[in-house]
Write a protein that binds this ligand. Structure first.
Ligand code: SAH
Ligand code: DHB
Ligand code: MG
Length: 229
């Protein structure tokens, strides 16, 4: 099925997104710099930007920058005066990302901070950079439960928290999985399901990156959660 999923992604990306020299250059330079090509797909990047615009997001937090591909998509969705802070542990990734963001003319709005996210997040809280309207969690999966907790802390009612790669070829449904990433993601989903502060869902996806999915958590606001929540 992978060939078909890739062909459909190619069709949708060509039709709905089309050529984008800045994003293509970001991918080219990321590959040339030896970064793993695990960024969101064009269609997923565009969905991130649609979510950001739907939220009227002025402040966005990303955990896991890589070469800045998803950051460019979300950064473009910001109004002037908006800001995106993206956290990246690998200095080489951060440098490639900063160059890609510069070329996208987003340096005034998109800031890449280099360090382990769990060390940077308390500083972001201390300097009162939040609350963030949108948080995109896409870093080391074993820390997903911690990142979820930080994302809620740094949010406000009505904020959206998205988590990439929660399905992992279906492994998420295996309670006996020995993979740290799967165990942690299951724990995050279980914690979120029981957390009255968020309304949770998750969606399976297929495409050029295989069979995976993302979770979406709406931070509880004035409205009650959906029934049973
Ligand atoms: N969001 C990116 C892809 C991120 S890939 C995109 O779609 O374009 C995951 C990134 O998380 C990698 O660059 C990896 O170096 C980074 N990462 C891993 N552990 C981390 C940590 N503890 N803190 C911050 N970033 C981390
Ligand atoms: C991996 C990480 C990702 O964020 C992703 O979208 C796909 C794969 C990985 O670590 O293999
Ligand atoms: Mg990912």
């Amino acid at each position: 099925m992978q060939e078909l999923w890739t062909a459909v992604d190619r069709y949708l990306d060509d039709l709905l997104i089309g050529p984008d020299p800045v994003l293509e250059a970001a991918l080219r330079d990321s590959a040339a710099a030896g970064l793993p090509m695990i960024q969101v797909t064009p269609a997923q990047g565009k969905l991130l930007s649609i979510f950001a615009r739907l939220l009227g997001a002025r402040r966005i937090l990303e955990i896991g920058t890589l070469g800045g591909y998803s950051a460019i998509w979300m950064g473009r969705a910001l109004p002037s005066g908006g800001c995106l802070i993206s956290l990246e542990v690998d200095p080489h990734h951060a440098e490639v990302a900063r160059n890609n963001i510069e070329r996208a003319k987003l340096s005034a709005r998109v800031e890449v901070r280099c360090g382990a996210a769990l060390e940077l997040l308390p500083r972001i809280e201390a300097e009162r950079s939040g609350p963030f309207d949108l948080v995109f969690i896409d870093a080391d999966k074993p820390h997903n439960p911690d990142y979820f907790e930080w994302a809620v802390r740094l949010s406000r009612p009505g904020s959206l928290i998205l988590v990439d790669n929660v399905v992992r070829g279906g492994a998420v449904a295996d309670p006996g999985s020995g993979e740290a990433a799967v165990r942690a993601t299951r724990r995050m989903l279980e914690v979120a399901a029981a957390d009255p502060r968020v309304d949770a869902t998750a969606i399976q996806t297929v495409g050029r990156k295989g069979y995976d999915g993302f979770a979406a958590f709406l931070v509880a606001g004035g409205r009650p959660k959906t029934p049973q929540g």
